[in-house]
Ligand binder design. Structure first.
Ligand code: NDP
Ligand code: GDR
Length: 359
């Protein structure tokens, strides 16, 4: 059996053949899809999870259940705010690839928890990069940073590409901008293989319920099955380039398989408003929505004249990102918007029918 010391002393090419991935944020939407993908590709997957008073492993339960018979995935308690544990985990796991997906990822919440968001999303990335160096593995480990279209913020150019200037509009966006640049700095300063994936919004049935798409599909399913009367939303005119999370985690992996590290936009090149997402979701359950009124007084009525959507300004953001549309030319991604909405609504209908309570 190879000892840890022998592994560390392997030349980088030989070290990488071991195919060991470490994922921060493995309990989140993307982490769960990425863990599945990497296990399928023959990786030994390790994930960092936060201690919680209740179970937070719902999205990876199906992988975790195999823990004893089929230990393709192992979980380690840790946190991006704790450098010591990061060094400890990396030195124990000796990963060949690290995917930094852990983050306080909610833009609206980042206005309420700005310092924490900066600590986790910004400095947390620095801690992880530095832990790799501390372990002497700067030339062995390939590093993926979950960068975001929120970096573009206030629109400078449409569509946005790898060369579009940044103008973040939230504490989340600003923290992610630090993470973006520290990743590039470590690549240049220490010759690390480190990449930024600048990902536009991506959704799935596993999307957190406080993000607008899943909030809508949960509500539409609950309304359809008579468990909820009305859905309250903020800015209906915001426009997003929504892809599918399953496609995007594949893009993350591909970025780490290039000969030289680089930064890539992942997007669909198609943009829709929140309002359109609402309409398509109601359509997926055989209903329709027509809009009346304007601004905060606007309502959405169904075919029977019942008010099903109202605006609640509590969901407005102090500074909004109005329009995000990615230019996917460099990395190439695919999407069928209608089938994304239908898949999410169908999954939530099954959930509500089985007793899930979303409101
Ligand atoms: P989620 O919010 O679903 O998941 C975030 C993950 O980060 C969870 O596993 C969460 O753990 C973990 N986490 C939160 N705080 C910490 C911390 N202090 N230390 C360690 N882990 C922590 O996000 P997504 O899966 O949607 O996104 C993955 C990454 O990609 C994030 O960095 C996000 O900012 C970024 N991104 C996402 C996009 C999207 O559209 N989904 C687009 C562009 C970028 P727990 O389960 O315990 O809360
Ligand atoms: P976003 O996603 O901020 O783009 O960040 P979110 O789904 O939260 O908002 C998208 C747009 O919808 C508008 N909106 C609402 N949003 C929420 N959450 N709730 C509402 O009720 C509501 N009504 C309207 C928002 O104002 C916004 O314009 C996501 C996250 O996954 C980030 O981590 C990631 O970096 C970016 O996508 C790309």
């Amino acid at each position: 059996m190879t000892t840890p010391l022998e592994v560390v002393n392997m030349p980088p090419a030989e070290y990488r053949k071991r195919k060991v991935a470490l994922i921060t944020g493995i309990t989140g939407q993307d982490g769960s899809y990425l863990a599945e993908l990497l296990i399928d590709k023959g990786y030994q997957v390790h994930g960092i999870i936060r201690r919680s008073s209740s179970f937070n492993t719902g999205r990876i339960e199906h992988l975790y259940k195999d823990q004893h018979e089929n230990p393709k995935m192992r979980l380690h308690h840790g946190d991006l705010t704790d450098s010591t544990c990061l060094v400890h985990i990396i030195s124990k796991v000796l990963p060949t690839e690290i995917y930094n997906l852990g983050a306080q990822s909610h833009v609206k919440v980042s206005f309420d928890m700005s310092e924490y968001t900066a600590d986790v999303d910004g400095v947390g990335t620095l801690r992880l990069l530095d832990a790799i160096r501390t372990c002497g593995l700067a030339n062995h480990i390939r590093f993926y940073q979950a960068s975001t279209s929120e970096l573009y913020g206030k629109v400078q150019e449409v569509p946005q590409s790898e060369t579009t200037p940044f103008y973040p509009r939230s504490p989340y966006g600003v923290a992610k901008m630090y993470a973006y640049w520290i990743t590039i700095n470590y690549r240049e300063a220490y010759n690390m293989y480190a990449c930024n994936g600048i990902l536009f919004n991506h959704e799935s049935p596993r999307r957190g319920r406080t993000f607008v798409t899943r909030k809508i599909t949960c509500a539409v399913a609950s309304i359809k099955l008579g468990k909820q009367k009305c859905l309250y939303l903020g800015n209906l005119d915001a426009m997003r380039d929504w892809g599918h999370a399953r496609d995007y985690v594949e893009g993350m992996w591909k970025m780490l398989q290039q000969d030289t590290p680089d930064d890539f936009v992942l997007a669909t090149g198609e943009m829709h408003t929140v309002r359109e997402f609402v309409e398509k979701s109601f359509k997926a359950v055989g209903s329709s929505i027509r809009w009346e009124g304007a601004a905060e007084q606007e309502v959405g009525l169904d075919q029977d004249g019942e008010i099903r959507v109202r605006v609640d300004p509590a969901y407005y953001r102090p500074t909004e990102v109005e329009q995000l549309l990615g230019n996917p030319t460099k990395a190439n991604t695919k999407l069928d918007f209608d089938s994304l909405v239908e898949e999410m609504v169908k999954s939530d209908l099954a959930g509500v029918a089985a007793g899930d309570v979303f409101n």
